[in-house]
Write a protein that binds this ligand. Structure first.
Ligand code: ADP
Ligand code: MG
Length: 234
């Protein structure tokens, strides 16, 4: 088998300060192969979003090893982490996170420009075309529907050709008719580009479309008692 796109070993993370400190991730060990599609499910508050942030280099593990796209993230400083994010990871959020004062085209192009891409606007235009928004390039987010805004966010995430696309409840703010074609776009991009796809979702239908499902419970991977059963068998 190819090296895993993602390899986590005993990852712990505590966030907050003082009395508000919460031990969120409690020993996550996980391998994901390149090009795989993985759904992360589990109750609200179980640590799904936090795990995604660790995978995307937006939160740093307190303990354990985090390898993503061939990089060990735990020792990287802020600059190196930012470079890793810009090069290797695309992220799509439930609430789109577009910049309201920029057009659709600018929203997609600006991260490419910041990364020093010479043909940023041409590339952004191609990505907008690919998500079916060729005729909306000059529109501001407030002039677009929720589904259209999420298409822009997907184009922006895909434009740097990341090895890994992370999506946190990408259809959470969309109705089913709008959400399904949005999800189709992500799976198509994963197949066409050999890109690894990790989606946090409450939607059982979406989870079923993933090659594999990981269930979180209270900061741990819920293996249905497998670990205990294995320990007893040894
Ligand atoms: P999920 O996405 O599964 O709903 P989260 O990863 O968002 O769960 O959160 C897991 C737990 O960590 C929750 O109890 C949440 O309140 C807590 N939490 C998340 N972020 C922070 C933070 N920055 N500071 C303190 N607690 C946090
Ligand atoms: Mg969440």
């Amino acid at each position: 088998m190819a090296d895993p796109a993602i390899a986590l070993e005993d990852v712990h993370l505590t966030l907050g300060s003082g009395a508000g400190r919460v031990h969120i991730l409690k020993g996550i060990t996980l391998d994901i192969e390149p090009g795989a599609s993985v759904g992360i499910v589990g109750p609200s508050g179980s640590g799904k979003s936090t795990l995604l942030m660790v995978l995307g280099g937006l939160e740093r593990a307190d303990r354990g090893s985090v390898q993503v796209a061939g990089q060990e993230l735990t020792g990287l400083n802020e600059d190196a982490l930012a470079r890793f994010r810009g090069r290797s990871v695309g992220i799509v959020f439930q609430s789109f996170h577009l910049i309201p004062t920029m057009t659709a085209l600018e929203n997609v192009a600006v991260p490419l420009e910041l990364a020093g891409q010479a043909d940023a606007f041409a590339r952004a235009k191609r990505e907008l075309d690919a998500v079916g928004l060729a005729d909306r390039a000059g529109h501001y987010p407030s002039e677009l529907s929720g589904g259209e805004q999420q298409r822009v966010a997907i184009a922006r995430a895909l434009a740097p050709e990341p090895a890994l696309l992370l999506a946190d409840e990408p259809t959470g703010n969309l109705d089913a008719d709008t959400g399904t074609p949005i999800v189709d776009l992500m799976f198509e991009a994963s197949r066409a580009r050999g890109m690894t796809l990790v989606i946090v979702t409450h939607d059982p239908e979406l989870a079923r479309r993933c090659g594999r499902t990981i269930r979180m419970r209270a900061g741990e991977i819920d293996d249905g008692g497998l670990r205990v059963a294995t320990a007893e068998a040894l």
